[in-house]
Design a protein around this ligand. Sequence first.
Ligand SMILES: [Zn+2]
Ligand SMILES: [Zn+2]
Length: 206
Amino acid sequence: MPDEKSGSGAPATAMVAVVQVYRRDAPGDWWPEGKDVFQLLWCPNVHWDPPAPHADVSPVVEIRWRSSADVTRVLGSPPLPVRQEEPDYGYTPVRCALTAVPLVDFPYPQALPDGELVKSVEKYAEATGGEGDVITRVAGIKFGGWPTWHLTDPCEVPCHTCGAPCRLLFTVASDDTTGITVGRWGDFRVFTCPDSDGHGYVFDQH
Ligand SMILES: [Zn+2]
Ligand SMILES: [Zn+2]
């Protein structure tokens, strides 16, 4: 992507790898057929007004689904990204390895349709959380589950193509270990349309 602080919008900078996950480590119905590697890259620089389907000030993202069997040659010296420092944002992750942990995630209790269910999930959250709720909208780097809502009540995220409510595909959380900071210590979320793979993604941070 061309970057904001370059008057001409050029040169574009190389994106940085944020996360790579193998299918064997995070099995789920989100994998396209024949693909076994998920890669999320983003531009290391802040884009104040990024193009759709990104929200304002959202990192500009590229998602790749790959087949590891097709990767026969690896670039020995990939082009280096050029980071234009914005101290409030951590878009250059610290190199680290992820450990996959299966978990059960609950939605924001108030988003549940049934009053009794809301109460029982809230009770469960109290009983398990100690200092706070640790079972609903679990933070961290995760596939699937439920979106976090730090700033507002939950709302639907409509598909840019057909308007259907999208579901959460992937979350990148602000985190000290990875050095990632998005928004106000928020989460970067990737949503997909349930109707069609061809409808692209909705990127959002919250
Ligand atoms: Zn950029
Ligand atoms: Zn759609």
